[in-house]
Every structure is written in C-alpha cells, then in structure tokens.
Ligand binder design. Structure first.
Ligand code: NAD
Ligand code: FE2
Length: 381
C-alpha cells in the first residue's frame, strides 16, 4: 500500500501575506533569517500581525544549515515565550530551524498544540511543505535530515515578492536544489504517479523560468513560477523521498559549508551517470537499469530530444551542465579555491561513510557501496 498525504494548507499568489491577519493564533514567535530582519523585509510579516492585534516576538539568531547550538538557543527562547504558533520566515535554514525548535521544545514541555506557518523567502528547499528538517551537528561534522510528520508546517504562504531580493548566485543554487528534488523524487524507489506529476511540473517550470530569475531577479512572473515549482518539488520528494545526491550533498555542506543547492548541482551530473550507469550502457540494448527509462522520460518533459533511452539520459546530463554554466555554478570542488586537495581527500572516507548512512540513501534507484560514493566524490574534485 502507498499513501499520498498533504498536511499543509498552501496560500499563494498576490497578497498571500494578508492571510496572516486571519490566522487562528494570538501569541506568535516569528523566527526569521537575519537578512529578513536587517533588510526590513520582516515588516511585510509583522504589519499584518499588528493590524490583526496579534502579540509577537522576533527571533533572528538563525544561520545557514541549522546548527544544533542555534536550535537550542531557539528552544530556550520558545519555552520562555510559550507561543501558540511559530511564523517561520526565510530560506530552508530558517524554516528547518523553526521546525526543529518547535519539535524539541514541545518534547521538553508539551504545554499544548503550537501551530507552524512557513513563509519561504528562497525558491529552493520546499521545506514549507515537507516532513523533513535538516540539522547540522557541527561537532560531529554531519548534517542529517530529521523526518517526521510532526515536523510539517500547518500552513505555507507563498509570496514571490519576498524572493526578489535574492541575489543571482543564491537564485542559481536554490533553483538547482529544486531541480535536484524533482529529479531525485522522479527516479526514487518510492516514486509514484503523484510524485511524478509534481516533479514533472516542477522541472518543466525550472527549465524555462530558472534562467529568467537568474538573469533578472525582478522578473515577477518568473519568480512566481519558481516559487511554486519549489513547493511542487517539495511535495514530490515528501512522498517519494530523495537519493544519494542529497546524502552526499549533506556531507559537503556539513564539512565544507558549500551551500546546499550548489553542492546538489555539482553532484547532479555524476549521480545521474552513476544511477543510470550510462558509461557502460552506451548502446541501444534490451535492458537498462531502472533509472534509465525514468531519466529519459523526464528528459522529454524538458524538451530534450533523443533517439534511445541512453541518449535521453546523456541529454539530461548535458542539460544539467548547461544550466550550471549558464548560472556560473562551478563544476568541480577544485574550482572553489577555498578547499585544499589535502583536506578534501582526507575527509573522503568519513564523508562517504556518513553519506551511506544518510536516510536519503535508502530510496536511491541504484544500490550503492561506500567505495562507489568515494569514487563519485573523487570525480567531483
Ligand atoms: N526541510 C527540507 O525539506 C529541506 C530540503 C532541502 C534543503 N533543506 C535545507 O535547507 C537549507 C538551505 O536552505 P536555502 O537553500 O533556502 O538557503 P538558506 O536558508 O541557508 O539561505 C541562504 C542565504 O540566502 C539568504 N536569503 C534568504 N532569503 C533571502 C532573500 N529573500 N533575499 C536575499 N537573501 C536571502 C540567507 O540570509 C542566506 O545567507 C540547508 O540546510 C538544506 O539542507 C531542507
Ligand atoms: Fe535539497
């Protein structure tokens, strides 16, 4: 048996933030990304709350990749204030921090039901609709996804006006996170018709509108499309889960602080090649690995032509590399200049072990060994 559920009510489109005036909560903890605070963007959230006479407090001590010490500071602030809802405003890091703060705080003091309203300010993670929260254990140098329905936001508000300030490089990284969610969900061992429909639409949007957002951050039509695509891809992987692209990207984020979407983008061509084994299956043949047909069919959605499934997969690999070049995303770790070959290769064994044990590995379409993960990391250098 398979189940498809959507636990989050989604409000989207123009003036979606007006919904904040109608939320059934009085005492609100607004957890936000520091950029949202310093840029004044937060007023778009607090003004409707004030208009509706809500009480609120602001917590903005959030940093990329939700480290555990910042989450404990948030838990402390939460238990002091005892809100009846959290409004989370920011990228995946702020939303994941909020999910973890509510989860851990209510384990310590289960004083009642506390709502969670997620308002993304990047078009990337889809965290506003997923049961995932990625946390970063900085001491153990490992990032791992927590997965539980109780983490899921009750409501999500998608207002693309909040995303126009995202600079091109973060637009590129977060946009490629959307592409990776859609592709991994599409080929996952748990893929189903619901996840496929969501992933196909998300990818179709990315193919057309991600470069437009990159070139012109004020292109509202493109921003709106990508904001929805991010949410669709989130719904897709929430039901089908992900694969080793994410397992491996989590380690690059934890160890070397490579932004999540960028790490995913850099790995993507290598992971597609591994999952389809196209370097061996280079000719038309009767049987391919299961991912080949699926990658080939999603290549059609992107309008890529091919005369056999392997060519379809090759076109898809080329397309991912084209997107990266268009948006100035480095192809190799050595291009980043901030990581030495010695530190990278010293970390390889440990990263491969942790990636193998990451919960996303279980649904990868091709079973993988630690040695194969090390090989992919080596190619990435
Ligand atoms: N929970 C999930 O389902 C899920 C899925 C994928 C990734 N993640 C996690 O989410 C995190 C990444 O989230 P992200 O990619 O959204 O990045 P992020 O939240 O880390 O933000 C990246 C940068 O963008 C800035 N920023 C955010 N909004 C902005 C705006 N409107 N204008 C200008 N700058 C802005 C932030 O200040 C930050 O410097 C990672 O930890 C990743 O592992 C979670
Ligand atoms: Fe992701």
């Amino acid at each position: 048996m398979n189940t498809f559920k959507m636990l989050t009510t989604i409000h989207f489109g123009e003036n979606a933030l007006d919904h904040l005036k109608e939320i059934p909560y009085q005492r609100i903890m607004v957890i936000m990304d520091p950029f949202v605070y310093t840029s004044g963007l937060y007023k778009q959230i607090t003004e409707p709350l004030e208009a509706a006479h809500k009480d609120y407090t602001i917590f903005s001590d959030v940093v990329p990749d939700a480290p555990l010490d910042k989450i404990s500071a948030g838990v402390k602030a939460f238990l002091e204030y005892k809100p009846d809802a959290i409004v989370a405003v920011g990228g995946g890091s702020a939303i994941d921090s909020s999910k973890s703060i509510r989860e851990f705080a209510l384990k310590i003091n289960p004083y009642g039901k506390v709502g969670l309203i997620a308002i993304p300010t990047t078009s990337g993670t889809g965290s506003e609709v997923t049961a995932f929260a990625v946390v970063n254990d900085t001491q153990a140098k490992v990032k791992y996804p927590l997965v539980s329905d109780s983490l899921t936001a009750d409501e999500a508000i998608l207002d693309a006006a909040l995303v126009t300030s995202v600079p091109p490089s973060i637009t590129a990284d977060t946009g490629m996170d959307v592409v990776t969610h859609a592709l991994e969900a599409y080929v996952s061992t748990q893929h189903n018709e619901f996840s496929a429909a969501l992933a196909e639409k998300a990818l179709e949007i990315c193919g057309v509108f991600l470069p437009r957002c990159y070139y012109d951050g004020q292109d509202m039509h493109a921003r709106q499309k990508m904001h929805v695509a991010s949410c669709l891809a989130g719904l897709a992987f929430n039901t089908a889960s992900l694969g080793i692209n994410h397992s491996m990207a989590h380690q690059l984020g934890a160890r070397f602080h490579i932004p999540h979407g960028r790490a995913n983008a850099m790995l993507l061509p290598h992971v597609i090649e591994f999952n389809s084994d196209i370097n061996h299956a280079s000719r038309s043949q009767k049987e391919y690995l299961p991912a080949v047909e699926r990658y080939a069919s999603v290549a059609h959605v992107l309008g890529l032509s091919s005369y056999n499934p392997v060519m379809g997969v090759r076109s898809l690999v080329n397309w991912t590399q084209f997107m990266m070049k268009e948006m100035a995303i480095p192809m190799r770790i050595s291009e980043l200049k901030t990581i030495s070959a010695v530190e990278y290769f010293d970390a390889l064994d440990d990263m491969a072990e942790k990636a193998l044990n990451d919960s996303c590995t279980a649904t990868n379409p091709r079973p993988v060994t630690k040695e194969q993960i090390k090989h992919i990391y080596t190619k990435l250098w």
